[in-house]
Design a protein around this ligand. Structure first.
Ligand SMILES: Nc1nc2c(ncn2[C@@H]2O[C@H](COP(=O)(O)OP(=O)(O)O)[C@@H](O)[C@H]2O)c(=O)[nH]1
Ligand SMILES: [Mg+2]
Length: 238
């Protein structure tokens, strides 16, 4: 159903999605899992891989290029955080369901992100409880998660980067929510829209060096992307 003639495609839409949250919540694992279907059990804090691009097709033959940014080692007070969040269409707030403080800290991540993103962008915020394969060690109850979603108007997701459970679905739902496209269960189950993934870093896109704002599309609905200029890198699983 997702496969159809190229002639039917509408102009491509590009969305910037930024994955934030405490260290060790699984941001890099989620982005690598989504980008390359990789999961590394034992790697150090993210170095060098800032974002990747992946094309998916949403209902209505809407081709979407997702630019997914991993904030790497940036902390809440991190000096580059605003650069990562610049012009984001969606923010994925990740916590580890076995680590209560990673959940508690998300309110601060949310507050900071809201301050850093132009309100006129009206970005979508998603709450992701990761490490669902460790449900037996869960310390954040589902009702706490749902309560925060309601209070802060976040979409609700649970994933396991380790098993891959619901990772594709989460990113697909976030893209659909940003574009206000309704997904049916069938669309989520099929996941046939993946065309390709590329990985790059901010430095390769920034002409003015450190501190410069990575060049970004001025709005979320562009037909032309810099995807081809993205430096290809493997997910850094050290
Ligand atoms: N069991 C389990 N471990 C995970 C999962 N996601 C990440 N991890 C582990 O948690 C640790 C931190 O993951 P990482 O992706 O580096 O977190 P980040 O600091 O937020 O980027 C690593 O040891 C990962 O292998 C998951 O879904 N399940
Ligand atoms: Mg990381």
């Amino acid at each position: 159903m997702a496969d159809s003639d190229d002639d039917d495609y509408k102009p491509s839409v590009q969305l910037k999605i930024v994955v934030v949250g405490d260290g060790s919540s699984g941001k890099t694992s989620l982005t690598c899992r989504y980008a390359q279907d990789l999961f590394g059990k034992d790697y150090r804090q993210t170095i060098g891989v800032d974002f990747f691009m992946k094309k998916i097709v949403l209902p209505g033959n809407t081709e979407v290029t997702l630019q997914v940014w991993d904030i790497g080692g940036q902390t809440l007070g991190g000096s580059m955080l605003d650069k990562y969040l610049y012009n984001a269409d969606g923010v994925v707030l990740v916590y580890d369901i076995t680590n209560f403080s990673s959940f508690e800290n998300l309110e601060d991540w949310l507050t900071s992100a809201k301050k850093m993103i132009d309100p006129s962008k009206n970005p979508h915020f998603a709450l992701v409880g990761n490490k669902m394969d460790l449900e037996h060690l869960r310390t954040v109850k589902a009702d706490r998660h749902e309560k925060l979603c309601q209070e802060k108007n976040l979409s609700s997701h649970f994933t396991s980067a380790k098993t891959g459970d619901s990772v594709n679905a989460m990113f697909m739902k976030v893209a659909a929510a940003i574009l206000k496209i309704t997904l049916r269960q069938n669309d989520i189950d099929q996941q046939k829209g993946v065309i390709k993934a590329e990985i790059g870093n901010a430095a390769s896109r920034s002409s003015a060096g450190q501190g410069a704002t990575p060049s970004r599309p001025s709005n979320s609905q562009l037909s032309n992307t810099n995807a081809n200029q993205v430096q290809t890198k493997a997910c850094t699983l050290l």
